[in-house]
Write a protein that binds this ligand. Structure first.
Ligand code: ZN
Length: 46
């Protein structure tokens, strides 16, 4: 899954610098939260 560090809905851009690969759990839990607001659903970020 591709996640945006700053969600598009929060003004983020669709650039490589604003993207990272995450798992389904992370993507589903993060939604449109910023990295500072989001608590990962498990310890290992992937
Ligand atoms: Zn994950």
């Amino acid at each position: 899954m591709i996640d945006h560090l700053i969600p598009i809905s929060r003004g983020g851009l669709s650039t490589v610098a604003n993207m990272r690969v995450v798992c389904v759990l992370c993507n589903a839990s993060k939604k449109d939260q910023l990295m500072d607001e989001w608590s990962p659903p498990h310890l290992t970020l992937s």
